[in-house]
Write a protein that binds this ligand. Structure first.
Ligand code: SF4
Length: 576
C-alpha cells in the first residue's frame, strides 16, 4: 500500500498492521506523520486541552542487581555510593511535593536484594497513614517481578499485598523494548523478559490498577522492533484497557556501559507520531521533555502528544545519563499555552483537577530538579535493621547497625568503616608491625647474637616461628570472623566526630591475644630469652592501659556504650 493510501486508512479510522506501521515510520514524510498523529489526537481530545501532573520522581534506592548496560544510575550491592532512602526522607519529599501543589509520588528504584516485600508494604502504609489521599504511582513491572522472586510469591499475590498496603497505580518503566533479542543485548532480559513485563501489567490491570506504558528507544533495536514493541502494548490494551498513556523516551548514553549516541529530535518526533497512529486504543500520549528538553517537548504537542508529563520536582535516573532538563509548573504551562493549548492539571488517571496551581496560590519556583540524596550522604536509615537482608555485605552491615543501635539510639550509623581505616586503627597497625619487628630483630641483636632469620641456631627457633605464623593466620581469621562484630564505629548523628574503639578492643580479642602471647612466649623463652618476654609483657600492659582509658572516655561520652561493652563481655567473658 502506498503512503497516501495508508494515510487515508488512518484518517478513515482504520487500524494499521505492523508492516503498514513500519512502512509509514520508515517512509512517510515527517510533516505527514505529524499531521496524521495530530488528527488522531484531535479526534480523541477535541477540546485542545493539554494536561500535566505535579508529582515527584523519587528513586528509593540505587542499589541494583540487574545491571542493565544502558543504565548509569545503578550501583552494585556493597558499593559505597549505594543508598536506600529512609521512610522519614521519603515523607519529607512528600511534604515538599504537597507544598508545590503535587499529589503523587512516582516511586521507582533499583532491584535491591536487601529490601523485602515487607519494606515496601511498611513504606506504603506509613505514607497512607499520614496522607490518605496522596497517590502512590510505584514500582515498575520488573521491580514487582523482583519483589515476587525475593518473596517467592506469585506476581498476583504481590500485587494484591502492595495494593492492600496503599499502591495506587504502576508506572510503565522497565519496558525498554519488548523484544527479547533486544533485552538480551541490553542485559535486561533476566530482570524481566518481554512476556514477563506484559504478564505483570496484565495482572495489575486485572487487579484494577491503571498503568502507563513506556518505550526507551535508540539503543540496539531496529525500527521493526520498535513497531513490535508498540504492537504488543496495543494487543494488551485490547485485552485489558488498563493503560492510561504511552510515553516514549530516547536513550541517554552518557556514563553508561553501552555508550552510543542519542536519537535526534526528528527521530523522536517521528517515533511518537507513529505511536499515536498505531496505538489507536491508548487514550493519551505523553511528551518526554525530560530527555528531549522543553522545546522538543512543546513540538511534541503537534506530533500526537496531549500531555506534557510531570513537573517532576526530582529526577535521578536520566540525569545520571547526562540529561538534566528542568521545568517547573510555570514553565510547563508557558510551553503549553504558547503552543496554542489550554493547560490543565491532572491526576494519574488523567482526570482534570483544575487549572495551574500557581494561578490559585503562591508556590515556590523550582529552578532545578532535586536529587534523591546530596552527594556524599551515606546515611543508613534506622528502620532498615528491622528487615532481613539477602546480600552478604548488607547482612553484615545491618548486624553491625543493630549492635550500634543497641548501644545508643542517638547514634546514627553511617556505612561501616573497617577497623583498619578507623581514626586510630592505622596507627595501631603500624605500631604492631614495628613492635613485632623489634621483637624479632631487637633483643637478640642487642644481646650480641645474629639477627633473625640467619642463621638458625636452635631447632626451637623453627618451632617458635611456626607458632607465630600459625598465630598470624588465626589472627587474620579472627579479624575476619569476629573483628567486625567487635569493632564498632559509631558516628554521632551530626557526623562531626568519629569514635574508634575497635583497634584497642582487638588487643583483647581471644584469638589474637591468646596466640600472640603463646607464640611470642615460646619464641622469647627458647630463642630470645627473658628480655623479649618482658618486652612483650610491657607491650600488652601499655596497650591494655590505653584500651581502658579509651573505654572510660567512651562510656562517659556515650553512656549506652557501657551496655554494649557488657554484651561483648558476656560473649567473651574469659578475655575480660
Ligand atoms: S535500569 Fe533499573 S533495573 Fe536496570 S540497572 Fe538501572 S536501576 Fe537496575
Amino acid at each position: 500500500m502506498s503512503i497516501n493510501a495508508l494515510a487515508d486508512k488512518v484518517r478513515a479510522g482504520g487500524r494499521l498492521t505492523d508492516a503498514e506501521a513500519l512502512d509509514m515510520y520508515l517512509s512517510a514524510p515527517t510533516h505527514l506523520l505529524g499531521l496524521l498523529a495530530n488528527e488522531v489526537r484531535q479526534k480523541r481530545h477535541p477540546d485542545r486541552t493539554v494536561t500535566y501532573i505535579i508529582d515527584r520522581n523519587v528513586n528509593y534506592t540505587n542499589v541494583c542487581v540487574a545491571r542493565c548496560s544502558f543504565c548509569a544510575f545503578y550501583r552494585p550491592v556493597g558499593s559505597p555510593d549505594g543508598y536506600v532512602l529512609g521512610f522519614d526522607e521519603i515523607v519529607r519529599k512528600i511534604d515538599e511535593t504537597i507544598e508545590l501543589g503535587g499529589g503523587q509520588l512516582l516511586l521507582q528504584g533499583g532491584h535491591n536484594p536487601d529490601l523485602p516485600l515487607e519494606w515496601y508494604e511498611d513504606l506504603f502504609r506509613e505514607v497512607k497513614s499520614r496522607y490518605p489521599t496522596f497517590r502512590l504511582h510505584a514500582l515498575s513491572p520488573p521491580e514487582v517481578l523482583h519483589i515476587s522472586r525475593l518473596a517467592q510469591m506469585s506476581v498476583p499475590d504481590v500485587v494484591r499485598r502492595l495494593v492492600a498496603a496503599g499502591l495506587d497505580s504502576i508506572p510503565g518503566g522497565g519496558a525498554e523494548i519488548l523484544v527479547d533479542r533486544v533485552r538480551t543485548l541490553l542485559h535486561c532480559y533476566t530482570k524481566a523478559s518481554a512476556d514477563e513485563w506484559i504478564g505483570v501489567m496484565r495482572h495489575a490491570h486485572r487487579a484494577g490498577l491503571r498503568t502507563t506504558a513506556t518505550m526507551m528507544f535508540g539503543t540496539v533495536e531496529t525500527p521493526a522492533e520498535r513497531i513490535e514493541h508498540m504492537s504488543r502494548l496495543r494487543a494488551l490494551q485490547d485485552e485489558t484497557s488498563g493503560f492510561t498513556a504511552f510515553i516514549a523516551w530516547s536513550y541517554q548514553p552518557e556514563h553508561t556501559e553501552l555508550q552510543g549516541v542519542e536519537a535526534t529530535a526528528v527521530e523522536y518526533l517521528r517515533t511518537i507520531a507513529t505511536a499515536r497512529v498505531l496505538l489507536d486504543n491508548f487514550p493519551s500520549l505523553q511528551a518526554s521533555w525530560v530527555t528531549q528538553g522543553g522545546k522538543v517537548g512543546q513540538l511534541s504537542l503537534t506530533y500526537g502528544a496531549n500531555d506534557m508529563g510531570s513537573v517532576m520536582i526530582e529526577e535521578n535516573v536520566v540525569r545520571a545519563a547526562g540529561a538534566a532538563y528542568c521545568m517547573d509548573e510555570i514553565e510547563i504551562v508557558r510551553n503549553i499555552e504558547d503552543a496554542g493549548f489550554e493547560a490543565k492539571r491532572r491526576n494519574m488517571h488523567y482526570e482534570v483537577l483544575g487549572g495551574p496551581i500557581f494561578r490559585e496560590r503562591q508556590v515556590p519556583r523550582m529552578l532545578e530538579l532535586a536529587v534523591a540524596r546530596a552527594d556524599g550522604d551515606t546515611a543508613v536509615p534506622a528502620e532498615l535493621v528491622n528487615y532481613p537482608a539477602r546480600s552478604r555485605a548488607e547482612r553484615k552491615r545491618r548486624a553491625r547497625s543493630q549492635v550500634y543501635r543497641t548501644m545508643s539510639p542517638d547514634l546514627a550509623v553511617a556505612d561501616h568503616k573497617p577497623w583498619w581505616k578507623g581514626a586510630r586503627g592505622e596507627w595501631f597497625v603500624v605500631a604492631q608491625v614495628v613492635l613485632i619487628g623489634l621483637v624479632f630483630l631487637g633483643p637478640r641483636t642487642l644481646a650480641g647474637g645474629p639477627a633473625w632469620p640467619f642463621p638458625f641456631p636452635h631447632a626451637s627457633m623453627v618451632v617458635g616461628a611456626a607458632l607465630v605464623a600459625a598465630g598470624g593466620v588465626l589472627l587474620v581469621a579472627g579479624f575476619v570472623r569476629l573483628g567486625p562484630a567487635l569493632t564498632p564505629l559509631p558516628y554521632p548523628k551530626d557526623g562531626a566526630e568519629l569514635v574508634e574503639t575497635g583497634a584497642f578492643g582487638l588487643v583483647r580479642h581471644p584469638i589474637y591475644s591468646g596466640l600472640l602471647v603463646a607464640g611470642f612466649g615460646w619464641w622469647a623463652l627458647f630463642v630470645q630469652g627473658w628480655l623479649t618476654l618482658a618486652y612483650v609483657a610491657v607491650m600488652f600492659v601499655v596497650l591494655d592501659m590505653k584500651a581502658r582509658r579509651e573505654e572510660r572516655w567512651l562510656v562517659e561520652k556515650f553512656p549506652a556504650y557501657a551496655a554494649y561493652q557488657l554484651r561483648v563481655r558476656r560473649f567473651i567473658p574469659f578475655v575480660y
